[in-house]
Design a protein around this ligand. Sequence first.
Ligand SMILES: C[S@@+](CC[C@H](N)C(=O)[O-])C[C@H]1O[C@@H](n2cnc3c(N)ncnc32)[C@H](O)[C@@H]1O
Length: 486
Amino acid sequence: MALPDVSRLARLSPASLRALGARLSAFAVSPEAIAAARAPSEAPFDPLYEPLRRRSLRARPDPTALALRAFVFRDPITEVEARLVLGETDLITAVDAGLLDRVPEGFVSPWLLGALPGGRLAFSDWLSHGGEAVMGVGGTTRLFLPAVAPPQRIARALDLGCGAGSLALVLAGHAAQVVATDVSPRAVALARLNVALNGLDNVTVREGDLFDPVRGERFDRVVAQPPFVSRPAGFGVVTYQHGGVRGDELAVRIHAEVGPHLTDHGRALTLALLPVTDEPLVDRLARVLGEGFSLLLFEGADADLDAHSAAYAALDHPDLGAAFAEAAVARRDHLARLGVTSTRLALSVVGRGAFTASVSAPALTDVTLSAQQLERRFLAHTLVAGPDAALEAADLAIPVGTTFASPPHGTDAPYAVMAQPPREALAKPLGLAAASRDLLESVDRSSVARSVRDLAERHGAPAAMVAPRVLAAVRQLLSAGLLEPR
Ligand SMILES: C[S@@+](CC[C@H](N)C(=O)[O-])C[C@H]1O[C@@H](n2cnc3c(N)ncnc32)[C@H](O)[C@@H]1O
């Protein structure tokens, strides 16, 4: 099946696109409504559940269900139903623009509609088209979204490799100006359409390779979910999917080039599934970062290569026939040849500074990421790597929701208490000696400087003698995520 013609969509005027977007939002075509209809499978099109999704949506007469059928689940609706969903947008115009196709069973969209937080919507392609298909609100996009919005309102944001524009559409609510770029002309066209669909006037979309379209420009926030899948020899290029032969080439290039595009307090967030080899991921990225930049890398759990190869082969060949089998094996062989042992989802935060740190975060895929939390961890590592004076002056706290458990009775545990930060903190449990726990609480209650003075008094020692040990312990607690800037 050929990709639908994106240029025809331009036949819909900005006013009618905006009206359509508002109408679909009013019908509550939302992330929650789509997730509920999609359950129990994450994939937008999953042959296993398709008949049952249709069954339950067809049993619902409400306009949300009709919109979901026509625009999300490829289930045709009747002419009367289509007119109800479209409202002011004339059905003949919608068909002429290719927004809906007339099929024997009625009307259905060749586009896939995705919903974003804040009532925003994005049309994209079905990824099974491969080639130049444009990615919309995919599973990794949804995971990334809560981290993308900055903790405070900012002036300028960049969505690098924007696809259908999902991240840019969300950033538009948090930045005065958003630039979205993509190397694919089709992605640029769809992102522009989606900007109009959401009636936004602070997002511009530019075409070009990585940072080429923003040469000399600086941003308070850069976000990227680059293509990260490896491309075996003989596989045609799938622009949204292939990050290079090994898969991490684009992610590495982003780290090499992003520095000069950040403002003084700017941050670049990159989320990608990276191939694990014998070189630590953090070294691979830190090696290319320019002088004067810090990198904090949250590394998720390792994913099995058989599952990875099968999943991407199934995306390209959903009928699971002979071509699927061949592609799955070719992908797996390719990774083995490259010395890749697993894949690992990694979220990197880059900003000005001088540290490199990696955080093991097996819960990365299971938590709702928080931009505030990521920022606190970045600032924590900045303090760890910074001068003693800054650390002594810092106002630090134990992450809200941290619990402490004594070892079970009768066990000979090498710790006095097990500290467990909340899942959202992306920090592992840590066994603490009694003195470390006391210090933790003292710093949380008062300050680092005060804790030094108190300890010095208690031991009758000069503060200058106590300080190095306290500061070393505070640095350890900050690195472990048990202390963070308040
Ligand atoms: C995995 S998709 C992510 C889309 C979107 N940002 C999201 O999070 O849903 C990666 C996007 O990067 C784009 N891309 C690939 N190579 C690129 C390059 N060299 N420069 C800019 N964009 C590129 C692809 O066209 C695709 O739209």
